[in-house]
Design a protein around this ligand. Structure first.
Ligand SMILES: O=C(O)[C@H](O)[C@@H](O)[C@H](O)[C@H](O)COP(=O)(O)O
Length: 321
């Protein structure tokens, strides 16, 4: 049995998963932008509140934009402005930084997010937890799929997120593609201060039947990467063979990590993840290393083989008007 006890929310239906996932994402969005998961209500449930805390974490400083010689030069400050104005401006400029995986997660997000009125799309910075090195118009492209299924369907009046796909010119050079994506992350997360690791507000992951998460495959050397933020993957055992992926330290440094897993085909792997962490599946590694900041959103079929864990009923966090 896993030593870390993750929150596991289980639902009888697909639509239940999608709605709860969307609610949890909007709660994370509100926390990132306003310091409160529900803009109308103050935090009263300390358990839930603690899921969204973690900002007071100390970081060893090693990476910065200047390290990669790509300073944006966009640091204009008005020295005479009052503290209040600076505070207001800071609040207005806050971004919700999210990392997306591919696979069925995209349909869950489409189903759950597009019908909500409280998604502040124009304040989102969307990165990819992994990407397959295929053209954006391929059905295998995570960016292409997310764009066509979700982002292109956002009503124009709702605004549009900043989206950070890989460089499509580097599909034949996985190392360069990963290095370039790391520079994109450095610009987004370390433009002002050097940081050892980027801190996403939320990373969303699926899990394949073989236990791979993002493009971290079982027993693959990328699982041991401890310095790079983004790593190339060659010879992936399933799907497109070349990919890039965020590394384990980056995923585990996120404020929140959500797994979204559905279907009876996932039942054996979920049982292994929860009951045999010693097998070292990528999902188990993340489950252990990001303990306390992980939530699983699953349907009943996916967890039917797991015994001895507590499945929770999801309590909606964001109250509608
Ligand atoms: O690009 C990828 O391969 C995905 O990011 C991958 O990690 C995905 O999340 C799982 O394979 C689960 O996919 P399904 O939900 O479609 O099974």
């Amino acid at each position: 049995m896993t030593t870390a006890v993750p929150l596991i929310y289980s639902f009888p239906e697909f639509s239940g998963v999608a709605e709860a996932v969307a609610d949890h994402i909007v709660a994370a969005q509100n926390h990132a932008l306003y310091g409160d998961y529900n803009r109308k209500k103050s935090l009263s449930d300390t358990n839930i509140a603690s899921q969204f805390s973690g900002a007071a974490e100390s970081m060893r400083l090693t990476k910065s934009v200047s390290e990669h010689h790509s300073a944006s030069g966009n640091g204009t400050n008005t020295p005479s402005s009052s503290r209040e104005q600076r505070k207001k401006k800071k609040e207005e400029n806050r971004r919700f930084r999210i990392g997306l995986s591919g696979g069925s997660l995209i349909s869950v997000l489409r189903e759950g997010l597009l019908k909500r009125q409280d998604v502040e799309w124009s304040k989102w910075d969307v990165y990819f937890a992994d990407e397959r090195l295929v053209p954006f118009d391929s059905p295998e492209s995570n960016y292409g799929k997310a764009k066509s299924q979700i982002f292109d369907n956002i009503p124009p009046e709702k605004g549009y997120p900043n989206i950070f796909p890989i460089d499509e010119n580097l599909l034949n050079d996985p190392q360069e593609c990963a290095d370039t994506y790391e520079k994109t992350l450095i610009k987004g997360f370390a433009s002002k201060d050097s940081v050892k690791l980027p801190m996403f507000d939320l990373i969303l992951l699926g899990c394949a039947p073989d236990g791979h998460v993002a493009s971290l495959f079982p027993n693959h050397e990328t699982l041991r990467e401890s310095y790079a933020w983004c790593a190339p993957v060659l010879n992936a055992p399933s799907g497109p063979p070349t990919r890039i992926t965020l590394t384990v330290p980056v995923i585990c440094h996120s404020h929140r990590v959500m797994f979204v897993v559905e279907g009876a085909t996932k039942a054996p792997v979920i049982s292994t993840i929860m009951e045999r962490p010693d097998k070292g599946l990528p999902a188990s590694i993340i489950n252990e290393k990001a303990a306390g900041r992980i939530a699983w959103f699953v349907d009943d079929d996916a967890v039917k083989d797991v015994v001895g864990i507590t499945k929770k009923r999801y309590k909606f966090l964001v109250h509608s008007e």
